[in-house]
Ligand binder design. Structure first.
Ligand code: 5CA
Length: 441
């Protein structure tokens, strides 16, 4: 509750080793600490943001009736040999040998493990579809980890997997995740565009990357600007409505680098509608039919026949999203991070003016704090003896969206209340509570 008790090692200046703003700011505000190349500890402020993002991801997965499970980080190589990916995956896979000389690995993704769970648990087509997800650390031994937690070796991912009887049902599951991702990124106040993408080592022939526009992004994208107008608001979770939504997006040219073809781009998109820019991939979905179920023998019984299930997988970079939100929303002019309120490290900060001899404002802070807490507002008190303006600057930088300032002339009834980036106003505590709680979604 008190800032002085938090482990937030703030630096005075931007660290020189960081190249992009999210990396600089996360180091500067003590959100993360590198432990070795591409591997980070998450300190309280960064961890809190990531956990809030994780919870929103979870809520949106539960909304489409995906079931949460938790698979381990360390996997046996046996299942990867069955699928044929053990050799194919190459040097990005961190391979480990245990004391019994068994070949193990730190999972870069979980198609094999979840297929193994499925084949041992589900026998009848009547149990389909199965939508399973987990939120777990992954490890990819990237050649050049960079940009802090944006491209690191150990990262936190939500990965989901769908199992269906046939391609038609499989695409229905795919489309559920498609909509669910649009809703998720909207809740994070991000405009994420689904773009046709390559499938790489995951496989299959249907895939979309969800990209948010940012100059510092690593993905080059080519798109028809009109895709920004497609709306998912009225889409319902039924086959027809979801198919129409997909069609509405797919009719616009929107691809990543690997799929780009200049002749096609010029033919399909008017010059004035063409947009060539960069973006950050925050999610990626795949449909690959029986690529894993066939070699791993994951089937159901349908009318006395054995049918290999059709699968898709659906990833969200939970830890990457922390950096992506900073990149997309940072206020350059005022040097403020801007968090949507539902993932801000705190929703409100109380900043009392205090000195060694006068602690009255600190006592008042406690009263205000308790009232906010009763009303479920996540609040912190900056009880340090720094001067008023440097406290405000610090919290502007961190991006706590609301501040209550208890200065020299604070009266008990009307509090000075400030939204970051706006002038302060005098309001009663009940009005403040109403405003803050009305912004949450
Ligand atoms: N199995 C599939 C879907 S679950 C899969 O692994 N897809 S992925 O490779 O595209 O990864 C999913 C998401 O994880 C990406 O969209 C990205 O947001 C995030 N991600 C991937 N690699 C990294 C990395 N090195 N650092 C941080 N985040 C990453």
């Amino acid at each position: 509750m008190f800032f002085s008790n938090l482990l937030v090692p703030i630096l005075k200046n931007n660290p020189s080793e960081a190249k992009i703003k999210s990396h600089k700011l996360m180091l500067r505000t003590g959100m993360i600490k590198q432990s070795s190349a591409g591997i980070y500890s998450w300190l309280p402020l960064g961890f809190k943001i990531m956990k809030k993002i994780e919870n929103i991801v979870r809520e949106e997965q539960n909304r489409i009736n995906a079931q949460e499970i938790l698979m381990p980080t360390i996997q046996s190589s046996d299942i990867w040999k069955e699928s044929g990916r053990y050799e194919d995956y190459g040097e990005e896979m961190l391979r480990i040998t245990d004391r019994q000389k068994r070949e193990m690995l730190y999972g870069p993704t979980n198609e094999e493990l979840v297929t193994d769970i499925f084949r041992n648990s589900i026998k009848s087509y009547k149990s389909l579809p199965q939508l399973l997800y987990h939120i777990q650390w992954k490890f990819r031994d990237e050649l050049r980890p960079r940009f802090g937690i944006m491209r690191c070796r150990e990262f936190y991912m939500k990965d989901a997997y769908s199992f269906d009887l046939n391609d038609d049902e499989g695409e229905y599951s795919y489309n559920k995740f498609f909509l669910s991702y649009l809703k998720l990124f909207k809740r994070l106040d991000l405009k994420a565009i689904p773009m046709a993408a390559d499938t790489g080592p995951i496989g299959g022939n249907l895939s979309h990357e969800f990209i948010i526009l940012a100059e510092t992004g690593e993905s080059k994208i080519y798109t028809d600007k009109n895709i920004f107008e497609v709306n998912h608001q009225n889409c319902e979770i039924n086959k027809i409505s979801l198919e129409n939504l997909r069609k509405n997006f797919d009719k616009y040219y929107a691809v990543t680098d690997e799929k780009y073809n200049k002749i096609e781009f010029d033919k399909l998109v008017k010059k004035e509608d063409q947009l060539e820019t960069k973006g950050i991939e925050v999610g990626h979905i795949f449909y690959f039919g029986d690529k894993y179920s066939k070699p791993m023998n994951a089937s159901v019984d349908y009318d006395g026949k054995k049918v290999f299930v059709k699968m898709g997988s659906y990833g969200v970079g939970v830890s990457r999203l922390v950096g992506a939100i900073i990149e997309a929303k940072f206020d350059e002019k005022n040097e403020n991070m801007i968090w949507p309120i539902n993932v801000a490290p705190y929703e409100c900060v109380i900043i009392p003016l205090i000195s060694k001899s006068d602690k009255t404002n600190l006592e008042k802070s406690m009263k205000v704090f308790n009232k906010l807490k009763e009303n479920k507002i996540d609040t912190i008190i900056d009880n340090t003896e720094e001067n008023f303006s440097s406290k405000m600057k610090k919290f502007n930088l961190i991006g706590v969206p609301y501040q209550i300032l208890l200065g020299k002339k604070t009266d008990d009834d009307m509090l000075e209340f400030k939204k970051v980036g706006e002038e302060s106003v005098k309001l009663k505590i009940d009005e403040i509570i109403k405003i803050i709680n009305s912004k949450k979604n």
